[in-house]
Design a protein around this ligand. Structure first.
Ligand SMILES: [Zn+2]
Length: 263
């Protein structure tokens, strides 16, 4: 994974991660080595912000030079564009991380919150401690994942609240989930991916037979995996049905298509 942050023209920091697979690894390594040549060929060595058309031309040059042939998973042009934007500002290739490099413990915000609580740190000590983690010279894992210190602080305060005020936290989560009931599942996923997963998983769990196979709740089609099925609102949303566990079921694709035709 390449991970890096660059400045947008509007002054906002933009944090980006490019996933690299076996299929694209060699192409990325070759591209990184040639970045100085590429920038000099396009005569944009001194430009901090590249025009969109230039970026697209450079990305196409990269594609036709490095990313040819079948690649599964494939490369994404946008990834290359982000790397070009970074290079334009820093004149160096972004840092490469393997998943072994990343010390997951350092990202365990709940554990950090627990430490702050156990040590009974006051606001000043807490701030110093957070600074020391954030500015750690060894690595920039926190910066990498949170992008902005503000986001790290927010997450940390939520974890602290779970420890110090569990009831307030629970009430808030429940109230929040209640508001989401009126949204379709994919919309719920945009604000609360875990809730969408729980609702979908629940609909599938309910529909298992004794052999552990999934069963279409209309025609009885069975399958061992989830691919043939879609999660359906028993009472449709346009008839007042909600995205709640009791109103969700699974249907095979053809039953679901037939049902949507009727409404
Ligand atoms: Zn069916």
């Amino acid at each position: 994974m390449y991970a890096f942050t660059y400045l947008e023209e509007n002054g906002m920091d933009h944090t980006y991660q490019v996933m690299v697979y076996d299929s694209t690894k060699d192409a990325y390594i070759a591209m990184m080595e040639e970045l100085p040549e590429l920038f000099s060929a396009f005569q944009v060595e001194d430009e901090e912000f590249l025009a969109d058309s230039t970026l697209r031309d450079m990305a196409e040059q990269c594609r036709s030079t490095f990313f040819l042939g079948d690649m599964i998973p494939p490369y994404e042009e946008d990834d290359v564009i982000q790397i070009l934007k970074y290079y334009a500002q820093y004149s160096e290739a972004p840092k490469f991380y393997t998943f072994d490099d990343i010390d997951r413990n350092k990202l365990d915000v709940a554990a950090i919150a627990r430490h702050i609580y156990d040590e009974d740190m006051g606001p000043r000590k807490k701030a110093e401690y957070v600074d020391s983690l954030w500015d750690s010279a060894e690595d920039d894992v926190l910066r990498l994942f949170f992008g902005k210190k503000l986001y790290f602080w927010r997450q940390l305060d939520i974890e602290l609240m779970k420890i110090t005020q569990p009831l307030i936290y629970e009430d808030n989560v429940i109230a929040h989930e209640k508001n989401l009931e009126d949204l379709p599942l994919h919309e719920i996923g945009k604000t609360n991916p875990d809730l969408e997963k729980r609702l979908r998983d629940g609909a599938f769990e309910k529909a298992k037979n004794q052999k552990g196979q999934y069963v279409c709740q209309k025609c009885g089609l069975t399958a061992a995996n989830r691919v043939p099925f879609q999660v359906d609102h028993i009472v449709p949303m346009n008839k007042g049905g909600k995205s709640t566990p009791d109103n969700l079921q699974i249907l095979c694709r053809s039953c679901n298509a037939r049902k949507s035709d009727k409404y």
